[in-house]
Design a binder for this molecule. Structure first.
Ligand code: FES
Length: 103
């Protein structure tokens, strides 16, 4: 397990919005669901598209390429064609800082 990385400030990602950040060469999608920020791997497990270009509806992000849907709270693949979940990462808020831990 590694230490957490500051990846953004709380105000950088508004409720209902997503941003993409890079940590140790990993594309990490930060999604704000009703004021709570979640972090998942931002690369779709189907064919590698960036989930950043997709839509966020509640806690569900839809891949822009072939409309697979993932739960940003857990990383679970909700509907195909992606069968594999995306990784989800622990998020901690420290003051204004959003800290993500890659394990
Ligand atoms: S690359 Fe995401 S659904 Fe195909």
């Amino acid at each position: 397990m590694t230490d957490g990385f500051k990846v953004a400030e709380v105000g950088d990602v508004e409720p209902g919005q997503m941003i993409m950040v890079e940590v140790k060469s990993e594309q990490i999608l930060l999604a704000n669901v009703d004021g709570e920020i979640f972090a998942v791997n931002g690369v779709c497990t189907h064919a590698g598209c960036s989930l950043y270009g997709g839509g966020l509806e509640g806690n569900l992000v839809e891949c822009p390429c072939h409309i697979a849907v993932f739960d940003v709270k857990t990383g679970a693949a909700i509907s195909g064609p992606a069968m594999e979940s995306i990784e989800s990462y622990p998020v901690r808020i420290d003051g204004k800082d959003v800290i993500v831990t890659l394990e």
